[in-house]
Design a protein around this ligand. Structure first.
Ligand code: AMP
Ligand code: MG
Length: 485
């Protein structure tokens, strides 16, 4: 085996940015899943996972000598309340490996036991949240959404005690970094003012190297993150994805989706939809996601303020100016995604009305978001014509058809565009729940494997995936999701 090089860049940061710690071994680890493709991208040898060393690594039982485990420190606003010290309470960074494309990737265990940041927690995870994150993060990747990835899922052979005793598991997560808005907040609140500068320089080197040569590198960094998060949230919206817990510690600086705790895809289109049990006020409802992202970015701006300008007044003016551009940037991404979903390649501002009116039809008729958009490219629009009142449907449809004529004159192919922007399959909540129930009760991985495979090609309709295209029937409906922590 070629020696893997762990670059250990996080260890170059000031020592209060992380804490050394070791995974706690588990009784009888067994693979639930392993991602061969991702392993190959990371340069892991093909046979490694099947070896004792492989299982040792992905369970945390026996680390190779190239691993250098640590837990990262971060703060965060949880439901708008600032918590100065959160950190990896149930996650341990094992290594930073450069993938085949030359990008540095964090390899992290989640659920591998207590760390110095665990507070009252056990550092473990039940099998359910591990399965959810494995399936949904890989499905998001296949849908084209920036996201952390899942490399391995291993059951621990131990019980994890929540409201009930549940089988435990460990996820191996891969990310372009685990740097969060909360990481910057933590650094900005150190006594030593050099910590935030060192961390900001690190973020720039790792994710946005062009900022180094910008006139104001830290303002440029803020603007990059604003852009990436605006793009990300617009993409979530275009898929009906509800993150569920957009605390500042759960929003990455890279713009990758992270932490699939109480997340869910909406079925019936309802802008006020909330799934998360803990989100009683609906702070993280579907329609609030862009505003919350902007609010979180304001917290990032606060953390960067002293670096943006030595005059606080100047720094605030510059930061506010950048933050005020968020709605316009977001709107641009939103319009591009939703116009494409209607088959429009060159979106114009007037298309917003056409999109909004379509969404209103879906809301009024309780129509499934995913099925409805996909139905636009079906020959008769059989689903929509059943769902929506005929005169209203025909009125909207004729406006849409007129708009598409302009596209066709441009030589575009609306049908092809719609079929690659409107998935047939999304990871529906009831299907994830069915998988979790199967695995938790009998250990049966058949449905897990099948759905994992089908969710890798979410834009093609096949006979095999037909039953999984449908929304939950009333008795299957999952109305609430839980963090699982
Ligand atoms: P999350 O819900 O993943 O965003 O986690 C919020 C904070 O709680 C983070 O600092 C986690 O590391 C910590 N946390 C969540 N679950 C556990 C657990 N079972 N044991 C220890 N810390 C946890
Ligand atoms: Mg988190």
């Amino acid at each position: 085996m070629q020696p893997l090089i762990n670059e250990q860049s996080y260890r170059q940061l000031p020592s209060d940015c992380y804490a050394d710690c070791q995974p706690t071994p588990v009784k009888t680890p067994q693979y639930l899943a392993f991602n061969q493709t991702l392993a190959a991208e990371l340069g892991l040898p093909e046979t490694f996972w099947g070896t004792e060393a492989g299982l040792g690594l992905f369970s945390g039982n026996q680390l190779p000598d190239w691993a250098s485990p640590l837990a990262q420190a971060y703060a965060g606003h949880q439901f708008a309340n600032y918590v100065p010290r959160l950190g990896d309470g149930r996650a341990i960074l094992l290594a930073e490996l450069r993938n085949q494309a030359g990008q540095l990737q964090d390899v992290q265990l989640k659920g591998a036991g207590r760390t110095p940041f665990s507070r009252g927690g056990d550092g473990r995870s039940p099998i359910g949240p591990v399965i959810r994150e494995y399936l949904v993060s890989e499905a998001m990747h296949a849908l084209g959404v920036p996201t952390t990835r899942a490399l391995a899922a291993v059951s621990s052979g131990e019980w994890v005690h929540r409201d009930e005793a549940l089988p435990g598991a460990i996820l191996t997560r891969v990310a372009s970094s685990h740097l969060r808005i909360g990481t910057m907040q933590y650094a900005a609140n150190r006594q030593d003012p050099s910590v935030i500068k060192t961390l900001a320089d690190y973020v720039i080197s790792r994710h946005y190297p062009s900022c180094h040569t910008a006139e104001n590198p830290y303002l440029a960094l803020l603007q990059k993150v604003i852009d990436r998060q605006a793009a990300l949230v617009a993409q979530w919206m275009s898929l009906g994805f509800i993150h569920g817990v957009m605390n500042t510690d759960n929003m990455t600086l890279s713009g990758e989706t992270i932490d699939y705790g109480p997340c869910a895809f909406m079925e019936s289109y309802n802008p006020t939809q909330v799934f998360s049990y803990i989100d009683q006020q609906g702070r993280y409802a579907y329609k609030n996601q862009p505003a919350v992202a902007q609010w979180n970015l304001a917290r990032l701006a606060e953390a960067l303020l002293t670096l943006i300008n030595t005059s606080q007044e100047q720094a605030i003016a510059l930061a506010v100016d950048s933050l005020n551009r968020f709605p316009e940037i977001y709107q641009h991404y939103w319009l591009t995604h939703f116009a494409a979903k209607l088959g429009i390649s060159a979106a114009e501002s007037t298309d917003k009305l056409l999109i909004d009116d379509f969404l209103t039809l879906l809301a009024e008729s309780d129509s499934d978001f995913t099925l409805s958009f996909r139905d636009l490219s079906s020959p008769q629009q059989g689903y929509l014509s059943q769902q929506v009142a005929p005169e209203r449907w025909q009125a909207w449809q004729s406006r849409w058809q007129d708009r598409l004529k302009a596209e066709e004159r441009l030589g575009q192919d609306p049908l092809a565009l719609m079929n690659k922007t409107n998935p047939v399959l999304i990871p529906r909540n009831h299907l994830i729940q069915r998988v979790i129930d199967n695995v938790t009760t009998t250990g049966d991985l058949t449905l897990f494997n099948q759905l994992h495979r089908l969710w890798q090609t979410p834009y093609s309709a096949t006979t095999e995936n037909a039953p999984f295209q449908q929304p939950a029937v009333p008795q299957e409906r999952v109305c609430q999701t839980f963090c699982g922590t």
